[in-house]
Design a binder for this molecule. Structure first.
Ligand code: 13P
Length: 258
């Protein structure tokens, strides 16, 4: 069966509550005339304090075309973990997806592969979908260790998951040098790495799981790049940063994936 594309907008640390509500409404306005069945899975990931506003806008619209994600979570269920949010709390706030292992969290907040693995398990056991990020730095690419590094990130992230849990997960391949730089990774090269990731999943689980899992590309995705990216055999969608911050450009990317 063909994999349903996913277009996810990672808003990072942007948008106050009113801005989040306006952007959410703007995206739904742009997608109003589109047939829900033909749309990709569309996901927006506001920061914690704007989840309520975005969720309210989505619920009030009731069209069900756009789903909510968080940008991070903690793997424990509750307790003395000042500043953290559990998966259950994020589910309660309306989230169906949670981004984990983003390179910015790894770089600035010390998120390790082991934490990504614990978070993935907590997310899946609560019935939500993890969007598991991986990607190499420019130094790693230049040193020729891209595939080795990414295989290691994926192997550690998926440790002790069942094949069924793995098949439900989403991976985002985001080369760090392509994030926020305007330098999109060449589509064929992104597809090569993503096919390599699919092969790692096949080795960890089985062929059926590797065929089912959705693997996205992220890193300077724009309306002008999405069609070529979606035309590749193994790219199942995009994790979009900067271009997800305006309704018009995000909707163009969504439509480019149809
Ligand atoms: P940009 O689209 O701004 O390069 O960000 C990509 C990203 O990090 C999405 O998670």
């Amino acid at each position: 069966m063909a994999r349903r594309p996913v277009i996810a907008g990672n808003w990072k640390m942007h948008n106050l509550q009113q801005e989040a509500a306006d952007l959410t409404n703007g995206i739904m306005q742009e997608l109003k005339s589109e047939d829900k069945e033909k749309l990709p899975e569309v996901v927006i990931a506001p920061t914690f304090t704007s989840l309520y506003a975005a969720n309210k806008a989505l619920t009030d619209c009731g069209c069900g075309k756009v789903k909510l994600a968080a940008q991070n979570c903690y793997f424990e269920t509750k307790g003395a973990f000042t500043g953290e949010c559990s998966v259950e709390m994020l589910k309660d706030a309306g989230c169906e997806y949670i981004i984990i292992g983003h390179s910015e969290r790894r770089e600035y907040f010390g998120e390790t592969d082991e934490m990504v693995n614990k978070k993935a398990k907590a997310i899946l056991s609560n019935g939500l979908v993890p969007i598991i990020c991986c990607g190499e730095s420019l130094e790693q690419r230049e040193a020729g260790v891209t595939d080795y590094h990414i295989s290691s990130q994926i192997t550690k992230a998926f440790r002790d998951l069942t094949a069924e849990q793995a098949a439900k997960s989403i991976i985002a391949y985001e080369p760090i040098w392509a994030i926020g730089t305007g330098k999109t990774c060449d589509s064929k090269e992104a597809n090569r790495v993503i096919a390599m990731i699919r092969n790692v999943i096949k080795g960890l689980f089985d062929a059926k799981t590797s065929e089912a899992i959705r693997i996205l590309y992220g890193g300077s995705v724009k309306p002008a790049t999405i069609k070529e990216q979606m035309a590749q055999s193994d790219i199942d969608g995009a994790l979009v940063g900067g271009a997800s911050l305006t309704a018009d450009s995000f909707a163009q990317i969504v439509k480019g994936a149809m």
